[in-house]
Design a protein around this ligand. Structure first.
Ligand SMILES: *[C@@H]1O[C@H](CO)[C@@H](O)[C@H](O)[C@H]1NC(C)=O
Ligand SMILES: *[C@@H]1O[C@H](CO)[C@@H](O)[C@H](O)[C@H]1NC(C)=O
Ligand SMILES: *[C@@H]1O[C@H](CO)[C@@H](O)[C@H](O)[C@H]1NC(C)=O
Length: 289
């Protein structure tokens, strides 16, 4: 319904100012670790390369989540990425083993939960529905394995977005532990079939395309490529080839006219020369005689 990119652009733009400012070795308080209102970004007193350790001092981060993490200079040593069976928590202190189903996890960190045995069947990376079939809802690990009409768990998170005109809006992201092709209905708390294009909807999650338009009908996915009717391609082709051949033919006619005038000039010169030499010859003949 609402362009998520706007929110993420905001989060990226303002990330530098949101990190704490205490440098390595400085004093911090773990009690100040929190998720920021609106963006739910993790925040601590420490700057972007350190975390607040158990002795309440800022210590260099022990792991990273991004290939190109924010806040490091080009020459500085980056902490390691975690191996496949471990994750780097929001604090980024150290890699930890994946958590079994039912364990506490951090907001939106589906990747902290261990995958179910049938993860290949349950995995749905589209729109970040789950990670390898596991999903973190209300700070607890679940498997996204609930079938139609069975009870499910739902988590609604209200993010603050900022429109192009700087106006604030609320974007509610609703997630559940239903299987692919289903969504968790917030009223009845059961899994329901997602809706096809053009059906009437009340929230993004209800649509197959994850895009409930302002008119309350399911629209095409927000990332769908734009398709043009075939005649547009034909017109463009005609334009390109018409332009090329039009230029060639136009130049041919311009050059032909130039060639004709040049030839006419040479013919005239030649005629004059012939007349000139023949009149000279006549004069010479009369002299000789
Ligand atoms: C906390 O960080 C400080 C400064 O980086 C370090 O000297 C200290 O050993 C760390 N404490 C623990 C328990 O690792
Ligand atoms: C899914 O699980 C498999 C096996 O544990 C692992 O190799 C793969 O990297 C995981 N994929 C993601 C996106 O976590
Ligand atoms: C579905 O996932 C839950 C955990 O979220 C698990 O306890 C349950 O056994 C799973 N059911 C099936 C049929 O795999």
């Amino acid at each position: 319904m609402i362009p998520h990119t706007l929110f993420f652009t905001f989060a990226l733009l303002f990330a530098p100012s949101l990190a704490g400012s205490v440098q390595k070795g400085g004093a911090c308080n773990q009690k100040n670790n929190k998720l920021l209102a609106g963006s739910y970004q993790f925040h601590s007193d420490c700057d972007s390369v350190t975390f607040c350790n158990s002795t309440n001092l800022c210590q260099l981060k022990g792991c990273r989540r991004d290939i190109f993490p924010f806040g490091y200079s080009e020459s500085s040593h980056l902490p390691d990425l975690c191996p496949n069976d471990q994750f780097c928590p929001d604090e980024m202190d150290a890699c930890q083993p994946l958590l079994p189903v039912g364990s506490p996890c951090q907001l939106n960190r589906d990747d902290q939960c261990a995958p179910p045995p049938n993860f290949k069947q349950l995995a749905n990376p589209r729109f970040g529905m789950n990670n390898n079939g596991s999903v973190c809802l209300n700070f607890q690990c679940y498997w996204a394995n609930v079938t139609a009409n069975q009870p499910c768990v739902v988590e609604n998170t209200a993010y603050t977005g900022y429109g192009a005109d700087g106006q604030e809006f609320i974007d509610i992201v609703s997630r559940g532990n239903c299987m692919t092709g289903l969504y968790c209905d917030s009223q009845n708390l059961v899994c329901k079939q997602t809706l096809a294009l053009g059906q009437s909807c009340a929230a993004d999650k209800e649509c197959d395309s994850m895009n409930c338009l302002g008119t309350q009908v399911c629209g095409t996915p927000a990332d769908a490529p734009k398709h043009f009717p075939i005649f547009v391609y034909i017109v463009v082709c005609f334009g390109i080839f018409g332009g090329i051949f039009g230029t060639l033919i136009g130049l041919f006619f311009v050059h032909r006219r130039q060639r004709d005038t040049e030839r006419e000039k040479r013919m005239q010169y030649w005629r004059e020369q012939v007349e000139w030499s023949s009149s000279l010859r006549e004069k010479r003949c009369t002299h000789v005689r």
